[in-house]
Design a protein around this ligand. Structure first.
Ligand code: PDD
Length: 284
């Protein structure tokens, strides 16, 4: 079914949406993106995504293409035009179209594209059954805190996992887990402590991560922000990942070793419920 998408100020049917072949997003992956979840037709954690977008752009010496208020209105208009109740809004900003040159062009209008994806987020097979993950070497660049559209490393990692009959990959560097291909990674120790890698340039600063850690602390759960190895993860009681696309999603197997009996564990289930409840309440 054809969607209405947003391209540089216009709402158009997806078949009519075009951008230049000289767009630096296409030529150099010179752009950043955000993915925001929609529940009950409302945006989850929108402000966090907006703040991170501005930061990612700033790190690449780009301004916001429109104000935060205008961005909110574009998101809402797309949700309305596409009658979306549950799913995602994808947003991408690039440095715009200019003759190919490694140096940034001056005064080129940025490209701004948004589209919706209609997708169940709450009642999903992934949430019910959990994910099997494979560890792979992290081959991405060193500024993973910037949400750029250069995603071939994660795509290759995901394909390697799929080729081995798994659902996703955890990317490992110097023997320690950075994150999943498109999510942050966590374990819950046998003592009930939630462990996830601390924030740095090595990982994306997940918006869902921030909200989940807050919810966990409010529920009296213990949280430690530090790296962990695959060996430690395989000994853990439970494991999970978080992202705007999956919320809190159980991990039930790591490199062939089952966790929590190969089924989603009780703490992860509880965290997911708490996060979805809070997300719904605070959605705008
Ligand atoms: N990915 N780490 C990586 C590498 C990611 O790509 C993502 C999100 C996250 C989680 O971030 P957040 O909680 O803000 O969604 C962590 C999006 C969903 C994607 O690429 O589709």
């Amino acid at each position: 079914m054809s969607r209405i998408v947003y391209v540089n100020g216009a709402y158009v049917p997806e078949e009519e949406a075009t951008i230049s072949i000289f767009d630096r997003g296409f030529i150099f992956a010179d752009g950043v993106y955000e993915v925001t979840a929609i529940l009950d037709g409302k945006l989850v954690d929108f402000e966090g995504h907006c703040v991170r977008l501005e930061r990612s752009l700033g790190e690449l010496k780009m301004p916001m293409p429109v104000t935060a208020e205008e961005l909110l209105e574009i998101h809402r208009e797309l949700i309305r035009k596409n009658n979306l109740t549950e799913g995602l809004v994808y947003l991408q900003v690039t440095r715009g179209a200019a003759d190919r040159d490694f140096a940034f062009p001056k005064d080129t209008p940025q490209t701004l594209v948004l589209f919706t994806q209609n997708k169940p987020l709450v009642d999903t097979p992934m949430a019910r059954n959990g994910l099997k993950v494979l560890s792979v070497e992290d081959m991405r660049w060193s500024r993973r805190d910037i949400k750029t559209v250069q995603l071939l490393g994660p795509c290759l990692a995901k394909m390697e996992a799929k080729a081995q009959g798994k659902d996703d990959a955890w990317m490992v560097e110097d023997g320690l887990v950075n994150e999943g291909t498109s999510n942050n990674a966590y374990i819950i120790t046998k003592e009930g402590t939630i462990v996830t890698r601390h924030l740095s340039n090595s990982i994306l600063h997940g918006i869902t991560r921030k909200a989940v850690l807050k919810v966990a602390a409010e529920a009296g759960m213990n949280v430690e922000e530090r790296p962990f190895s695959i060996e430690e993860a395989q000994q853990a009681a439970e494991a999970f990942v978080t992202a705007a696309t999956t919320f809190v999603c159980p991990v039930v197997e790591i490199d062939g070793v089952p966790l929590s009996g190969g089924k989603p564990g009780p703490m992860v289930k509880r965290l997911r419920e708490l996060y979805v409840e809070e997300g719904r309440k605070a959605a705008i």
